[in-house]
Write a protein of this length. Structure first.
Length: 227
């Protein structure tokens, strides 16, 4: 599975566009007064304007080359404040053999840079630039109907990573380890690691393999469409 495109929502498009395109240096594909679209390696993120009366909160991760974590950490720390937990500003996940760090965007979405040492390809360079971002490696899918949503995902071939059980009170990583991309299926009110933010059922559209669109409405209605 590859996460080829996601549509997220934002309250202040100019501020978000400035952050992603100018502060981080990601490539702008297109924009107007209602949305903007940026490239993240082989993936695309769309931010669309949302009324402030609608709650939302996102977590997503950008895959980076397996050998460039230190360089990427130095690069991002020149641009944003990296989040800390127990006096640490990075973490190593033994289960998926990955180094990660976290930071906020202007609307306090929790963003992660992740270097999967066994899965993400290395890059022949000694420095890190935005062009070295590989793709979207994780995206949240927050729901209070986890068994039902998990069953729908599995009907379409999106299985739990490592064949684990579906968790109703924690995250379940959906998608294979080898593909280096996971949909993070989890409940609302669950705290995002390294942050003070709790998950909220939020409007979101996730495109998988250029073939499926997974959609969650602000009311919590989940749909899967063939593209």
């Amino acid at each position: 599975m590859k996460i080829t495109k996601v549509k997220l929502y934002a309250y202040d498009l100019p501020k978000m566009k400035e952050f992603y395109c100018e502060q981080l240096g990601l490539s702008l594909i297109t924009s107007n007064t209602h949305f903007f679209e940026i490239a993240v390696g082989g993936s695309i993120i769309i931010f669309e304007k949302l009324a402030t009366s609608i709650q939302k909160q996102y977590h997503f991760a950008f895959n980076i080359p397996s050998n460039l974590f230190v360089q990427a950490k130095n690069w991002i720390k020149e641009r944003v404040d990296v989040l800390r937990l127990d006096e640490q500003d990075e973490v190593y996940f033994e289960t998926i053999k990955a180094h990660s760090l976290y930071f906020y965007d202007p609307e306090e979405n929790v963003i992660e840079l992740i270097a999967r040492t066994e899965v993400n390809p290395p890059h022949d360079t000694d420095s890190f630039l935005p062009v070295h971002l590989l793709n979207i490696g994780e995206i949240n899918l927050t729901t209070d109907s986890i068994p039902e949503v998990a069953a729908r995902l599995m009907d379409y071939g999106i299985q739990p990573c490592f064949g684990e059980e579906i968790h109703t009170d924690a995250l379940t990583f959906m998608g294979s380890y080898e593909d280096g991309a996971n949909i993070l299926l989890g409940p609302s009110r669950r705290n995002w690691y390294f942050s003070n933010k709790d998950a909220i059922v939020s409007p979101i559209h996730i495109e998988v393999n250029n073939a499926l669109q997974l959609s969650m409405s602000e009311e919590g209605e989940f749909k899967i469409l063939n593209l």
